[in-house]
Design a protein around this ligand. Structure first.
Ligand SMILES: O=C(O)CCC(=O)C(=O)O
Ligand SMILES: [Fe+2]
Length: 209
């Protein structure tokens, strides 16, 4: 029996949706005022959620200017602004649960959801901080749910240094907080190994990208 099949069997015994947060969340201080919270396996029914999102979200490819060329963004995208309904009720539940847990510390709600589909190991996101909006000047939070096959999310201090690596998939939650978007960078590197598809859902406050 393969590991993903076992995971979905286990999943189907529990009610689909976000589990508790509270004391199940593990915080790591990164230095420079940045921190991450990790909550492995937060979403029950994550494999089913992956299938629904992969099928139902109107994914699109983007091209961006790089120096003097237009290049393909190596992943598919869909951004849900604050007034757009999310593509699955489970994502609404997850956002509500994140808001209940983080609102006091964050001082405002998570409002938008950016979705990325990494089709295989060739899809990736380069080193960056989410620095549009308050991410460049103020502390904020970006909460990411990962479903589907795990991919490595790397974090390193701005400008380089040893990277921290977390393999995220199958319903894991990571929250980047404090100064993380302006004093650290994150990336999902390409993988040479055979890798199944992964969807990430990034919840952000208004104006942060
Ligand atoms: O896929 C991820 O977990 C990270 C995506 C990301 O960093 C972004 O879209 O800003
Ligand atoms: Fe990002």
């Amino acid at each position: 029996m393969t590991a993903p099949f076992q995971a979905s069997l286990l999943d189907s015994c529990e009610r689909a949706g976000p589990g508790p947060l509270g004391s199940t969340v593990r915080r790591t201080l990164l230095g420079h005022g940045a921190w991450i919270d990790l909550r492995p396996g937060w979403i029950s029914g994550a494999d089913d959620l992956f299938e629904r999102l992969a099928r139902a979200v109107p994914w699109h490819a983007e091209r961006r200017h790089m120096y003097d060329r237009l290049v393909d963004v190596p992943r598919l995208l869909k951004f849900y602004d604050e007034d757009e309904p999310l593509p699955d009720p489970l994502l609404e539940q997850a956002r509500d649960a994140l808001n209940a847990h983080y609102a006091r510390e964050l001082g405002e709600p998570f409002r938008t959801a950016g979705l990325c589909l990494y089709r295989d190991g060739r899809d990736s996101v380069a080193w960056h901080g989410d620095r549009i909006g308050r991410g460049s000047t103020e502390d904020t939070m970006v909460a990411i749910i990962s479903v589907g096959a795990p991919r490595a999310l790397l974090l390193r201090p701005n400008g380089g240094g040893p990277a921290l690596r977390h393999e995220l998939g199958h319903g894991d939650l990571i929250v980047m907080g404090g100064s993380c978007q302006r004093t650290w960078e994150h990336a999902v590197p390409k993988s040479a190994r055979a890798t199944g598809p992964r969807v990430s859902v990034q919840f952000r406050p208004r104006g942060v990208r």
